[in-house]
Structure formats: C-alpha cells, structure tokens
Design a protein around this ligand. Structure first.
Ligand code: ATP
Ligand code: NI
Length: 270
C-alpha cells in the first residue's frame, strides 16, 4: 500500500489549490512583493476564510485566481490549480474561458459591480446566456428562480429594476444570483458584507452558506471579521505581508493558534 503525503491528502477535494505563488507589482521605483510563496487550498463544499490586515495581499490573491490582476502584476513563481488544472500554465485565451467556467467573484461594493445601464433581469439573462445555449425565455425562467434562491421577493418586479433602485443588500444578493448562475465550483467573496448594515451582513453570509450546501461550491471568503470566520468558516488562512503565516481548521486557529500574529489578531477581536 502506498502512503499519501500531507500535500496529496490536502489536495483531494481541493477545488482551488495554490502552490508556492509569488506575485510582484512592478512599480517605477520599486517592486512590491504582494504575495510571497503562498500555499492555499479551498475545498469543495467548504468555506475557507482568508484573513489579514489591510494591504496584506488578500485581494491580490483573489484577482490572481480570477486572472484579472493589474497589468503591472507579475507572477514570479508558483501554480494555481483550479479544478485540477494549473491556470498559469494555460495559453492566455484558453485561461479566460476556463476561469469563467470554474470560478466567480463578488466584491465589497455590489452596486459598483452591476452595470448601471441594464436592468437586473437583463444582467442575469445575459450571464445565463453566456454559459448555456438556450432561448431568452428559458433564461428568464432560470433568472427568476435564481432570484428566488437568494430570497429576493417579487422577482418579476425586480427583473425590471435598475441597480440604483435597489439597496446595497439587494444588490449583493443579485450579485450572488449572477455569480452562482452556472454553479461555479469556486466562489470568491472579497469582503462581501463590509459595505452593508450589520443586520444585512448575516443574511448575505447565509446566502453564501446555502450556496455551499446546495451546489457544493468551494467558497474563499476574504474578511477582516473574525466573528464571521468563527461562525461560518471551515478552514482559515491567516495572511500577513504577502505570506500565509498560519492555516488550519477553525478549531485549530481559534483554540490552538501557533503564530504570534494569529494570537494578536484573536486578542484584538475579543
Ligand atoms: N495594482 C497595484 N499596483 C501596485 N501595488 C498594488 C496594486 N494593487 C495592490 N497593490 C499593493 O499590494 C499590496 C497588497 O494589496 P491588496 O489589495 O492585495 O491587500 P488586501 O489584503 O486586499 O487589503 P485590504 O484589506 O485593504 O483590501 C498592498 O501593498 C497594495 O498597496
Ligand atoms: Ni482587499
């Protein structure tokens, strides 16, 4: 019998498996080492929280996985396995469509993420038609169901509305509906509730959790909020200055933190 290494065991069920990723932003007078030799796994049907102070490199990781990092970003080493394939080794043109079939991202500011000139219905139908060869009417039916799935009432009316007519919480639900329309194996949520009222935050997190349960989506949740992490995450990665300083299950991190920085974060959150 062959024994598996820790890395192999960790990689099983890994929808996202980042190995040794280093990414620099090239600036005129200096290079910023935004991500340094980073390893991170997001598992199917689980929520992995990526936590760290502002500027530690969390969003850079998210953008790199989506292939939408800034033009001045250079990956100097590492692999990003998405659904088992290293996206960094793909030709650029294949990479874009591969990523869009495997991953979605939602951001902090849902209103900015929607197109102000199109109705909710038009944007949802458009997103559906990108992924499925069906008629507009069929796409409309799916769109209505998607809105119901994120607990938005009166979806018929909502389809005709423009983003500015909705609250921030409703916009974020619409974003989740759009992001989950093709049941992506991976959803990245980059501080999805930071801009929302506390009461709405819990509802949005609940939507992400039901997506994980319903579709088996692996969710990478970027957040500052350790309370949210304790409540909803399965795994946690603690990031500082471009490095993952510690990772483990929620129990590992909260009950038995190894790194000084993790202890400081926990102490600050009490
Ligand atoms: N396009 C860019 N060009 C140059 N530097 C950048 C660029 N984007 C980000 N940075 C720098 O890279 C580092 C990591 O930024 P990043 O946005 O990934 O951090 P973050 O952890 O998401 O922070 P926050 O919690 O504030 O969102 C920071 O020093 C930031 O200033
Ligand atoms: Ni960020």
């Amino acid at each position: 019998m062959q024994y598996k290494t820790d890395q192999e065991i960790q990689s099983e069920n890994a929808t996202l498996d980042i190995r040794g990723l280093s990414l620099d932003y090239i600036m005129q007078d200096q290079n910023i080492h935004a991500v340094v030799d980073l390893n991170l796994v997001a598992r199917m049907g689980k929520i992995t929280a990526l936590v760290g102070e502002s500027g530690s490199g969390k969003s850079t990781v998210a953008l790199a996985v989506m292939g939408i990092q800034g033009k001045n970003a250079v990956v100097s080493s590492g692999e990003i396995y998405l659904g088992g394939t290293d996206i960094l080794s793909m030709p650029k043109k294949d990479m874009r469509s591969y990523i869009s079939n495997h991953a979605s991202i939602i951001f902090q500011d849902p209103i900015d993420s929607l197109n102000p000139l199109l109705t909710v219905g038009e944007q949802l139908v458009e997103a559906i038609l990108i992924h499925e060869k069906i008629t507009k009417n069929q796409a409309r039916t799916i769109a209505l169901n998607q809105l119901l799935a994120v607990s938005l009432p009166q979806p018929e009316k909502l389809m005709k509305k423009y983003p500015f007519m909705l609250s921030g919480g409703m916009c974020q639900r619409v974003m989740i509906a759009i992001a989950s329309v093709f049941h992506p194996p991976l959803l990245i949520a980059d501080e999805p509730t930071t801009a929302l009222d506390v009461t709405i935050q819990a509802q949005i997190l609940h939507q992400l959790d039901s997506m994980r349960k319903r579709d088996g989506t692996a969710i990478l949740l970027i957040t500052h909020d350790l309370g949210v992490v304790a409540e909803i995450a399965d795994d946690v990665c603690i990031m500082k200055d471009g490095h993952i300083v510690e990772s483990g299950t929620v129990d590992d991190i909260f009950c038995n933190p190894q790194h000084t920085y993790t202890r400081q974060l926990l102490a600050a959150a009490l």
